[in-house]
Design a protein around this ligand. Structure first.
Ligand code: BEZ
Ligand code: FE
Length: 280
């Protein structure tokens, strides 16, 4: 682990907020459904206030904290740590293929296209970390290989930083869009990521501390796997025996998503993981 200043909550939060604001988002929600969700959301909050006898000073502190959360650009961070996993759980109800997980705030679309056998872009410093050779196949639910499928892969470096959100890293470091071969296969060389600590210097960090929690996510790879005519899956892969696997601050681990790489005589870690896509 090199000694680097942690990116601040304000720094990475602002970058994540700017990125999100540039995305076009919409939802096909009927006015009736919206009204029902809004009513129940308020009702749930009112229940907490009444059950805990929340006082005026506490209400004002809450108001101030919400203002700080917004001004610090931390909404994407806060929502993706504490809320997104429940939305993903809803999506998972209707899917049979590879289990999904949260996207988090650090996805960047249109990463460089790479062939089925490739190495992710990385700095010379990254090459000092343990190499990880990650191979497998993308198939449909019947096991047919999906040639020309894509795996958008992004992950933190050994110090837990994501390119695009930490100014000292080059664009697209440890990011790429891998295109599978005719049989849906791929073999990607990258490095073992480190556990990720969510920024602790802002309102999200205060919230974690207030719950006596810790700010860590276990080491993970992020992926969006897509193929024509298939439903894309957004997921994450974790590492067997890794720290924080049982207490992920973002509640986003699943037993089906844990890799168990084997160290070979060449000093590299090797692992295979296959993805199965639902029909669109
Ligand atoms: C992540 O996976 O990197 C992440 C997820 C939620 C919030 C912050 C980071
Ligand atoms: Fe992550």
């Amino acid at each position: 682990m090199t000694t680097l200043e942690s990116p601040t909550a304000v720094g990475s939060g602002t970058a994540a907020t700017d990125k999100f604001k540039n995305e076009r988002v919409s939802a096909d929600t009927s006015p009736e459904r919206l009204a029902a969700i809004a009513k129940d959301a308020l009702g749930a909050l009112h229940k907490v206030i009444l059950d805990h006898g929340v006082t005026y000073p506490e209400y004002r502190v809450f108001k101030q904290w919400l203002i700080d959360l917004g001004e610090g650009g931390e909404w994407p961070l806060f929502l993706d740590v504490f809320i997104e996993h429940a939305v993903e759980e809803v999506l998972a109800r209707s899917r049979k293929g590879t289990k999904g997980s949260i996207e988090g705030p650090y996805y960047i679309a249109d990463s460089p296209k790479l062939p089925s056998v490739c190495t992710l872009p990385m700095r010379d410093e990254d090459k000092k970390s343990t190499p990880l050779i990650f191979s497998g196949q993308v198939t449909d639910l019947d096991g047919n290989g999906l040639g020309g499928a894509t795996l958008e892969l992004w992950h933190a470096d050994e110090d837990g930083y994501y390119s695009g959100f930490a100014p000292h890293l080059p664009d697209w470091n440890l990011r790429g869009t891998i295109v599978t071969d005719d049989e849906g296969r791929y073999e990607i060389t990258t490095i073992q990521p480190a556990p990720y600590q969510i920024p602790t210097d802002g309102p999200t960090g205060q919230f974690v501390e207030a719950q006596n929690g810790h700010p860590w996510r276990p080491a993970h790879l992020h992926l969006i796997v897509s193929a024509p005519g298939k439903e894309s899956v957004t997921t994450q892969l974790y590492f067997s025996g890794g720290e924080w696997l049982d207490s992920d601050v973002a509640s986003a681990t699943k037993p089906e998503l844990i890799l168990d790489p084997k160290r070979a005589d060449d000093g590299k870690n090797y692992v295979t993981y296959n993805f199965t896509l639902d029909p669109a």
